[in-house]
Design a protein around this ligand. Structure first.
Ligand code: AP5
Ligand code: ZN
Length: 214
């Protein structure tokens, strides 16, 4: 099963994508996580991506598309995957459609996690991330067992550089401008499914499972 997660920054795409990956035994591919891992390791790709990310903008399509297409051609993707944070622009979506079409394949579901802007700032300011293993928490809605420490790997949790309120505002603008049109794109393709992302995490997940099938 090939799934795309759509939704504003902080809508809960990553949270739900991890649960989907675990239940359906498919890899979770987050372009944001790939970029953050590259930044942490000081790679050339990471150095290119960092300035765009810190400013709340998008990493250019020339960098992002090739990276993602390479990833989905890896061996562990042959039974499907859940994409989180890609596509984010119409050219990215068109490249993906074409690459899959060339192999006689297509996306099965584009799940839009719908959360109004008012809720987003609150979610992002309370998010704490583990830059070692990619786990995410929320100080109120999903706190770690020990304050400031990752349950999974024991590393210290941080507020992401791009989760500061002024950067979040910019990311929301970019989302409305460049990413929201993908909802219409996947509606036309007949694969769009909408879920109410303001519900609690487990309720959102149950709504997604009803769409994808048990
Ligand atoms: P990326 O990492 O993809 O960030 P994003 O899309 O802005 O999404 P987030 O990770 O911020 O949020 P999310 O929707 O996954 O929410 P989460 O589950 O964590 O990208 C970062 C940057 O990389 C981009 O700005 C861009 O520069 C670059 N980039 C990445 N992909 C790119 C691409 N394709 N093209 C170009 N550039 C790209 O949840 C948020 C918080 O809310 C958490 O604390 C969580 O615990 C909490 N929460 C989640 N669900 C609920 C719920 N139901 N109720 C209460 N709290 C909840
Ligand atoms: Zn961790």
């Amino acid at each position: 099963m090939k799934i795309i997660m759509l939704g504003a920054p902080g809508a809960g795409k990553g949270t739900q994508a991890k649960k989907i990956a675990a239940k359906y035994q498919i890899p979770h591919i987050s372009t944001g996580d790939i970029f953050r891992a590259n930044i942490k390791n000081g790679t050339e790709l990471g150095m290119k991506a960092k300035s765009y990310m810190d400013a709340g903008g998008l990493v250019p399509d020339e960098i992002t598309i090739g990276m993602l297409l390479d990833r989905i051609h890896e061996e562990d993707c042959k039974n499907g995957y859940v994409l989180d944070g890609f596509p984010r622009t119409i050219p990215q979506a068109e490249s993906l459609t074409k690459a899959l079409g060339d192999m006689g394949e297509a996306i099965d579901y584009a799940v839009n996690v719908d959360v109004p802007d008012e809720n987003i700032i609150n979610r992002m300011s309370g998010r704490r991330a583990c830059l070692s293993c990619g786990a995410t928490y929320h100080i109120v809605y999903n706190p770690p067992k020990m304050e400031g420490i990752c349950d999974v790997c024991g590393q210290h949790l941080v507020l992401r550089d791009d989760d500061k309120p002024e950067t979040v505002k910019k990311r929301l603008d970019v989302y409305h401008d460049q990413t929201q049109p993908l909802i219409e794109y996947y509606k036309k393709a007949g694969v769009l499914a909408e879920v109410d992302g303001t519900l609690d995490m487990e309720e959102v997940f149950q709504a997604i499972v009803r769409i994808l099938g048990a």
